[in-house]
Write a protein of this length. Structure first.
Length: 650
């Protein structure tokens, strides 16, 4: 046994007592092998560094509670079932952290049952998950467990490679305690493989690490490992001293298993060098401890060695007796192993039965989920139908509102066109009278000049009509607003040219004072409509011989426009509702002109649409002035502060 027993002791008799007093980074708590007997010296290397309970702090939930339960479970069948349950739930919920924890427990349980293939499958999968999640310490634990599986099947080379991987991780994590345990097992693997130099190196390293953390029992195992290496090299005296030192430490630690095991090894060493009586004393001491503690493996091996010693001392009868005891203990251990195998089979059967129950519960849960899903789908369908119906009626309502708006807009477009055409067409009545008067007076030159004016007015009237129709056709149920740079002088001259004949028919002078460099930032068509309506309105209410003047000037970041006439003016009470179409009644002009009552309302609406403001000043018998403020080309719209500009106009 020897070194193999040391690994068992680390797992069986040390970890649990020191669990609550470790102060290391990962505080490892390894699963103990629970069989009634141990299956050979190599099996002692099983389950090192497995199942960390403190590796990573995670949110408390049902899986966390289950992990606590599985860590405390001593029945291997129940432990395996709990681990499977955690793994299944973790998979369904994409809980990778809990899945790798469950696979570590599951792999450890399978290892204890001797199901090495299942154990290896779980452990390899868990190691991959731990690596993907960057859980370095957990990955080291998986490597240690995988090493245990390969030790169990006798493949020490592969076991050694995984132990080294675990060792490197513990070194990087500065986990001195785990590094020391791994070093003990690596030293044992090298010793078993006959590579004594490497075995000695790792044993000495383990001794240093265990001394560093103050773990005396670990120090004793490292010393014992080194003693066995010295024995193989023929350094009997040093090996004897080291074994005695290890035994002394382990006696203080009350580690009966390790003490009896090392005493038997020391007896073998003494017997080999010919110190028969000394060998007998050590073996008899080991058998006394083993009998008191019920250590069947040590009783088997100790009786075999004692029978050889007694035979050497020619005490044949006693030698036969101890040989007989050896056979009994050997058979007893084999029978116990058979019983353990039967118990393992029974455990697997019970686990299968419990898993069947879990599967039935899972199937019932899935059925309930399907029913709930069907109800949810039906509710969703009803909700979608309700939304569709609601949207249908809402869209229908919107369509009705939009239709009414389109009809109103259409009516207003017709009103605008009629209003803008009425003035120029009415002027032709005055022109016809002048033609008749000139014809009677045979004033041919003036008649020709008047004909040219009529032709020019007709051309401008045709252009005006084209513009209005084009503008109307471009609309989609609303007045357009497409701001662009518009030359102030060009816009004013265009309007005055259109209304020239109308003004001349009343002998009214049209004048303009507009600098050429000024530019509006407005919608062209609506702005022309504003100017046209205001000038036409002034012509309507200005007596013959009067004057109408249009002025434009820069005013801060805007352009101020004025339409000034010498007309009849308005009383103060009429100014308040001037831009509102209340009774839809038009006022007759100085020559009996009749309007539609829409002009000033449209002017106000279009000024607002072009981000401008408008005010009116009027004195009865003196005249009226319309003051407007429009955005200048590429400047901001008129703000509340800008409106105060009009208050400064005198």
């Amino acid at each position: 046994m020897g070194v193999g027993a040391i690994s068992i002791l680390i797992r069986k008799s040390i970890i649990q007592p020191i669990k609550n007093r470790m102060h290391f980074k990962n505080s490892n708590n390894t699963i103990l092998f629970q069989s009634a007997s141990f299956r050979g010296t190599l099996f002692g290397c099983l389950l090192l560094l497995s199942c960390s309970l403190w590796g990573q702090s995670v949110k408390s939930n049902d899986l966390e509670v289950l992990l606590d339960s599985v860590s405390e479970e001593t029945n291997i069948g129940d432990k395996l079932l709990l681990a499977k349950t955690i793994a299944d739930r973790a998979r369904s919920g994409n809980e990778s952290y809990y899945l790798q924890k469950a696979l570590l427990y599951q792999g450890g349980a399978y290892t204890q049952l001797g199901a090495t293939e299942k154990a290896l499958k779980c452990l390899v999968e868990g190691a991959q998950i731990a690596e993907n999640l960057g859980l370095t310490s957990e990955l080291g634990e998986f490597y240690g467990q995988i090493s245990n599986v390969y030790t169990l099947v006798g493949d020490l080379s592969v076991s050694l490679s995984y132990q080294k991987k675990a060792l490197h991780i513990f070194q990087s994590e500065e986990d001195v305690f785990s590094e020391g345990l791994a070093s003990i097992n690596i030293g044992y693997d090298y010793y078993t493989l006959g590579q004594l130099d490497s075995a000695s190196f790792y044993s000495q390293k383990a001794r240093e690490l265990m001394s560093k953390v103050g773990f005396d029992r670990g120090v004793a195992y490292a010393i014992g490992n080194e003693a066995l290496v010295l024995w193989k090299r023929g350094a009997y005296e040093q090996a004897t001293n080291d074994l005695l030192q290890a035994i002394a430490i382990l006696k203080e630690e009350e580690d009966a298993y390790a003490v009896s095991d090392y005493l038997i090894k020391l007896g073998e060493l003494k017997f080999e060098i010919g110190a028969v009586q000394a060998a007998r004393e050590k073996v008899e001491e080991a058998l006394a401890i083993s009998k008191a503690e019920g250590l069947h493996e040590q009783l088997r091996d100790g009786n075999l060695l004692l029978s050889k010693i007694l035979e050497k001392q020619t005490l044949f009868e006693q030698a036969m007796y101890h040989a007989f005891l050896y056979m009994n203990y050997k058979d007893s251990i084999q029978n116990m192993e058979k019983l353990n195998e039967l118990a393992d089979l029974r455990t697997e059967y019970e686990v299968g039965q419990k898993q069947t129950e879990v599967d039935l519960l899972t199937a019932e849960k899935k059925t309930q989920q399907v029913v709930m899903l069907a109800i949810a789908v039906l509710a969703l369908v009803l909700l979608v139908l309700g939304i569709i119906i609601y949207r249908f009626y809402r869209e229908k309502s919107k369509i009705n509102v939009e239709l009414n708006r389109l009809i109103q807009t259409k009516d207003r477009f017709f009103s605008i066109i009629s209003h803008d055409l009425r003035g120029p067409i009415s002027s032709f009545q005055g022109v016809s009278r002048m033609i008749k008067f000139l014809a009677i007076g045979k004033q041919t030159d003036q008649l020709i000049e008047l004909a040219d004016d009529v032709s020019d007015s007709a051309s401008k009237l045709s252009g005006l009509l084209d513009n209005l129709l084009t503008w109307a056709l471009q609309q989609k149920g609303h007045f357009p607003y497409k701001p662009e740079p518009v030359a102030c002088q060009g816009a004013v001259q265009e309007v005055l040219g259109t209304l020239k004949a109308t003004a001349e028919s009343k002998n009214i002078t049209l004048a303009a004072d507009v600098p050429a460099e000024l530019q509006f930032w407005v919608d062209r068509n609506s702005t022309l409509t504003i100017i046209r309506n205001l000038v036409n309105n002034s012509i309507k209410f200005t007596p013959e011989g009067g004057k109408i003047e249009v002025k434009c000037m820069a005013k801060d970041a805007h352009i101020q426009m004025q339409v000034i006439d010498t007309g009849v003016g308005m009383p103060a009470e009429k100014l308040d509702g001037l831009f509102e179409l209340k009774d839809k009644k038009s006022t007759y002009g100085t020559s009996g002109e009749k309007g539609l009552g829409l002009g000033l309302q449209l002017v106000h609406e279009f000024v607002m649409m072009n981000k401008g403001v408008i005010k009116v000043r009027s004195t009865e018998g003196v005249g009226t002035t319309f003051d407007m403020l429009f955005p200048r080309h590429q400047d901001a719209e008129v703000t509340e502060e800008n409106k105060a500009v009009l208050d400064t106009i005198k």
